[in-house]
Write a protein that binds this ligand. Structure first.
Ligand code: GRF
Length: 200
């Protein structure tokens, strides 16, 4: 049976869509088992419906985090999901969820971590004045944007960049390296030593 990805998103879903295109074209040898959003109106969820993928939403308002996450985990497990990809999922995951999918949750972040974690990473990079930024695919642990790093791609910051122009160039790299990292992870030829993800 092919590996089954669960995609968690809260918004636009362009990273989800790039992954879905690679699954459809056979570049990624896996299936998308479920697309989940904590936002019922997320455009990414509408795209998942258009793709005919199993998808759904649980609004998070007023539900305690561990309970909410256990409902999400149940949904994913019911759909045979064994790998989780965060694609613009704007929620912290509970420790319980992280340990349920231990070392099987990936995230993409629009900076070269550990620089500029958290929100508005492109704005942070631009206002800090760095000349190079980029994006990072990393395993998810219980802390924000801080798990072991699988892949990174560097993007120059140009003198005339705005947050929008810089974000757009980083996004091209995000779409490329996220699927590359998933393919690597699914091949399983890596080991994690401390914070280092080493190719085997
Ligand atoms: C991306 O920039 C990603 O790095 C960050 O959230 C954004 C999501 O964009 N985690 P999209 O919804 O995949 O288009």
């Amino acid at each position: 049976m092919k590996p089954r990805l669960g995609i968690l998103l809260s918004g636009r879903g362009s990273n989800f869509e790039a992954i879905a295109q690679n699954v459809l074209s056979g570049n990624l040898d896996c299936e998308i088992g479920f697309v989940f959003s904590n936002k019922p109106n997320a455009p990414g969820l509408a795209r998942a419906r258009e793709f005919g993928l199993p998808c759904g939403s649980i609004p998070s308002a007023g539900i305690e985090r561990t309970l909410f996450d256990s409902q999400v985990a149940d949904l994913l497990i019911d759909h045979g999901v064994n790998w989780v990809c965060l694609a613009g999922y704007m929620r912290f995951l509970s420790g319980q969820f992280v340990s349920q999918f231990s070392n099987r949750i990936l995230n993409i972040h629009p900076s070269l971590l550990p620089a500029f974690p958290g929100l508005d990473a492109q704005y942070q990079a631009l206002t800090h004045g760095v000349k190079i930024t980029g994006c990072t695919v990393h395993f998810v642990n219980e802390d924000l944007d801080s798990g072991p790093i699988l892949l990174q791609s560097a993007v120059p910051v140009l003198d005339n960049d705005t947050v929008e122009s810089l974000s757009a160039r980083i996004l091209v790299e995000e779409h490329r390296i996220y699927s590359e990292a998933i393919a690597w992870m699914l091949r399983g030829n890596y080991r994690i030593e401390g914070r280092r993800v080493i190719q085997t």
